[in-house]
Design a protein around this ligand. Structure first.
Ligand SMILES: *[C@@H]1O[C@H](CO)[C@@H](O)[C@H](O)[C@H]1NC(C)=O
Ligand SMILES: *[C@@H]1O[C@H](CO)[C@@H](O)[C@H](O)[C@H]1NC(C)=O
Ligand SMILES: *[C@@H]1O[C@H](CO)[C@@H](O)[C@H](O)[C@H]1NC(C)=O
Length: 396
């Protein structure tokens, strides 16, 4: 029985429900969310990669040289548990690079920057399995400080971030995987970071951050060429990827400096020419400092994920930006901004999964997962409200 006090209210509700003039259908909810997962507390959390064909991510924590193995829920790709393993001789070994091997499927490359070593490890089938070292490659003098590691064809590559103790120069290192005594050191500028091969020409390209230039290596002749970034566009090239399909070629981003970034990024086309793009959404793109990127293309929709970071300047936001291109890849036709929940996180790397996107947070020992439900990246309607009046029409 309703209390007499509630009765009038119940009558009113029943009346309005009965006379509703345009009842909408029940609809499933559409959402976009970023969830942060806390990792072991340490000063610097760096690179993240998936162990191919498994539900494990490997995350490097450089400041204590720990490798965090993260188990994912196979359906949602959400992290569910982790275990952390020390890598190297001590907490000062400087674990940084993490890269999957294709030559030895299931194995992962790691770099120990302070020990001048690359490791090939078997991460193990269970979360609690300690990574097993399969191969150790020593970086010879005068090389110093392998930072990010890559496998290209039958060779493993690393950018040597630290000035040589013998020559005070910087080098790009490569070694034959089957014959690790076959090593090459290419002198380069301060400081090599990402190394990628252009599949169209087989030239190797290397971003050099502080010198603000890209080095091209012809591995057949050993000849190297410097391609400077025009200062009017921005500076500090870091992240670089090889894309296929409509974006075919190499793409790199510019991380800016202590005053902020310019929201600029570029493409290396097969002629070797650098083509630049700049984010243009008013206010949201201000000072974006792009450190890393990933291919976000879906059939018929060429797109990139760009990661803006506060690592170099507190003026720059920590944000993931989805950028859509026109068919000819000459112009940006859509920008969706997703602020990371924790600013000053100094986000470091972005990794696309099958359904979701992961971001490592250097300063806040976290990994963030972006997930859409009932929507896809680049088509999030509220992202268009700044310019598209049509959104208001639909919402009214
Ligand atoms: C930082 O980068 C901007 C944009 O390229 C440039 O104008 C400025 O001179 C740079 N500042 C420093 C301190 O290098
Ligand atoms: C962003 O930059 C534009 C163009 O320089 C400027 O007009 C605007 O005020 C800036 N917005 C913010 C929030 O700083
Ligand atoms: C950008 O920011 C400025 C300063 O806060 C503001 O006046 C302007 O209306 C903003 N522009 C857009 C397109 O939101």
């Amino acid at each position: 029985m309703f209390s007499p006090f509630l009765q009038p209210l119940v009558t009113v509700l029943a009346f309005s429900a009965g006379t509703a003039f345009s009842q909408d259908a029940v609809r499933p909810l559409v959402s976009r969310r970023v969830t942060e997962y806390l990792m072991p507390v340490t000063a610097q959390t760096h690179e993240v990669a998936r162990v191919p064909g498994t539900n494990f991510l490997l995350l490097s924590q450089m400041s204590n040289s720990q490798l965090v193995k993260i188990e994912l829920d196979p359906a949602t790709e959400a992290p569910v548990a982790y275990q952390s393993f020390p890598m190297g001789e001590s907490s000062q070994s400087g674990l940084h690079g993490v890269w999957p091997s294709a030559v030895q499927p299931g194995m992962m490359w790691l770099s120990l920057q302070s020990e001048n070593k690359l490791l090939l490890v078997d991460p193990g089938d269970e979360l609690s399995d300690s990574p097993l070292i399969i191969k150790t490659i020593d970086v010879p003098e005068p090389g110093n400080g392998p930072h990010s590691v890559f496998e290209i064809g039958n060779r493993v590559w690393a950018g040597l971030k630290v000035a040589s103790e013998q020559t005070e120069e910087y080098y790009v290192f490569s070694a034959d995987i089957d014959n690790p005594s076959d090593t090459i050191l290419y002198p380069c500028l301060h400081s090599p970071v990402f190394i990628q091969e252009d599949p169209a020409t087989n030239f190797i390209y290397v971003t050099q951050d502080a010198a603000s230039a890209i080095m091209r290596i012809d591995t057949t002749t050993g000849e190297t060429t410097q391609l400077p970034i025009p200062p009017s566009v921005g500076n500090n090239p870091v992240g670089m990827i090889t894309a296929s399909g409509p974006l075919a070629g190499l793409w790199f981003v510019l991380a800016g400096n202590s005053t902020g970034g310019t929201g600029s990024f570029g493409r290396i086309v097969s002629t070797g020419e650098l083509r630049f793009f700049q984010l243009k959404k008013p206010n949201l793109s201000n000072n974006t400092a792009l450190l890393h990127l990933a291919d976000a293309s879906t059939p018929g929709n060429p797109a990139l994920w760009l990661l803006s970071t506060s690592l170099l300047s507190p003026n720059s936001p920590d944000a993931l930006i989805h950028v859509k291109f026109n068919e000819a890849i000459t112009d940006i036709v859509g920008e969706e901004y997703i602020s990371m929940p924790t600013q000053n996180a100094m986000v470091h790397r972005v990794l696309t999964m099958e359904k979701t996107v992961m971001v490592s947070e250097l300063n806040t020992f976290s990994i963030a997962q972006l997930a859409y439900e009932g929507a896809v990246a680049g088509a999030w309607k509220p992202a268009g409200t700044a310019e598209e009046a049509v959104i208001y029409d639909e919402a009214s």
